[in-house]
Ligand binder design. Structure first.
Ligand code: ASP
Length: 309
């Protein structure tokens, strides 16, 4: 029998209730999630690597205005978009990350170039953009990233000290970030995460998404993880690595480890959100302690896309 392949994707978690989406919006979200899943799956079915699959799936989500990453990135306090992304390869634990980059069409591609073409792991702000230009990465002008909904979200909190997690009208209820984890036919796993962070963020705020170990982690021996949620708590909980540690040091299964981290350890800190994870056997875990999480998975030949609990 052929080696198993698995893939999971997410487009953010939060208080996502069916009543909050119009039928048209729900269809739009589901269609884009399905496209991301299908594109990543195609890579794996053609014998491509887990790193290629997660990059491909995340790029589809970055190219949509629906999700808070790439094209759909939220506005900062000064009306710019500052994006963060990270990627990790479970086979050799190589990783690449970028933070606070502006104008880059696909931040996940830049994170991957940091991993593959630089001797560093993490580049930030103008330096990361300079590296992007040297690598010939595609930039887009401000109007590409402009979205009426995002702009209005920002207008509602502009000039205040409030930061807002993605498209929630008043309260911080819904998070936006995109991610993917995969197991390829050679038995390697990888993960990728990309985000615009929080609406109205300032002072160079960076969340967990580009931090290896917090928002993203991959190790063939244990699991590949991509997180979404209240970044400050995911940073303090070193969430992605915590899942890996529970598997490595306590011998827990992927499902046991992700449940403990999301429902016990993260909640203990006061954090909310979710994660997607895969192990070398092809098991997939989509765990969240919020009302919903935009998500999709391909396991044992079966595709599924879901939004609500
Ligand atoms: N974790 C991301 C951040 O804090 C936000 C999110 O997942 O919505 O930047």
């Amino acid at each position: 029998m052929a080696n198993p392949i698995s893939l999971a994707i997410h487009g953010g978690s939060g208080t996502i209730l069916k009543s909050m989406l119009t039928p048209e919006q729900e269809v739009a979200y589901r269609t884009t999630l399905q496209l991301s899943l299908d594109q990543g799956k195609k890579v794996l079915e053609n014998g491509g690597s887990a790193i290629d699959a997660v990059s491909t799936s995340v790029m589809v989500l970055e190219d949509s205005h629906l999700f808070n990453a790439g094209k759909g990135a939220v506005y900062t306090a000064i009306g710019t978009q500052e994006m963060d992304a990270s990627i990790m390869n479970g086979a050799d634990r190589k990783a690449g990350a970028v933070a606070m980059v502006k104008g880059v069409k696909n931040p996940i591609q830049l994170a991957r170039l940091v991993m593959e073409k630089s001797e560093h792991v993490f580049l930030a702000a103008q330096g990361a953009e300079e590296f992007a230009k040297m690598q010939g990465v595609k930039f887009e002008a401000a109007d590409y990233f402009h979205d009426e909904l995002r702009y209005n979200q920002w207008q509602s909190v502009k000039g205040t000290d409030k930061t807002q997690l993605d498209h929630t009208p008043i309260v911080d209820e819904k998070f936006g970030t995109v991610g993917a984890v995969a197991l390829d036919a050679s038995g390697n796993i990888a993960s990728a995460t990309s985000t615009g962070g929080m609406t109205n963020k300032k002072f160079g705020r960076v969340g967990d998404s580009p931090i290896i170990g917090s928002g993203t982690y991959a190790h063939n021996k244990t699991c590949a993880v991509s997180c979404t949620g209240s970044g400050e708590y995911f940073l303090r909980g070193v969430v992605a690595y915590d899942v890996s540690c529970l598997m490595e040091y306590r011998g827990l299964s992927l499902s046991e480890a992700t449940k403990i981290v999301i429902h016990d350890r993260l909640l203990e800190l006061g954090g909310d959100g979710g994660l997607i994870a895969v192990d070398q056997k092809g098991n997939v875990s989509l765990e969240f302690n919020t009302e919903g999480m935009y998500r999709g998975s391909f396991v044992n030949g079966i595709s599924d896309v879901s939004i609500f609990k």
